[in-house]
Design a protein around this ligand. Structure first.
Ligand SMILES: [Zn+2]
Length: 84
């Protein structure tokens, strides 16, 4: 009796692990596809404007050094997984 129970428990665990692995692969593929479609995000430092104002001189204007005035930055996943 206990032998069958242990086998069925192992089978259940194997099925769960396989399903979890398949789910992870699917989610990773979906994330990669999404990164390929939308590789850029708003620059955090200038909030996507590309401009930077001085705190001291209110009318001074400069381009954001982080994004070079584009207002866009590559997403972390693009840099991490090297997707272009
Ligand atoms: Zn910026």
């Amino acid at each position: 009796m206990t032998g069958v129970s242990v086998l069925s428990t192992l089978a259940t665990i194997a099925v769960c692990v396989t399903l979890l692995a398949l789910l992870m692969v699917f989610l990773l593929a979906a994330y990669r596809f999404n990164l390929k479609r939308h590789p850029y995000t708003d620059c955090r430092r200038c909030k996507g404007t590309g401009a930077r104002r001085s705190r001291l001189f209110a009318h001074s204007f400069g381009y954001c050094p982080d994004c070079n005035g584009r207002g866009l930055k590559l997403r972390a996943g693009v840099r991490l997984l090297n997707i272009r």
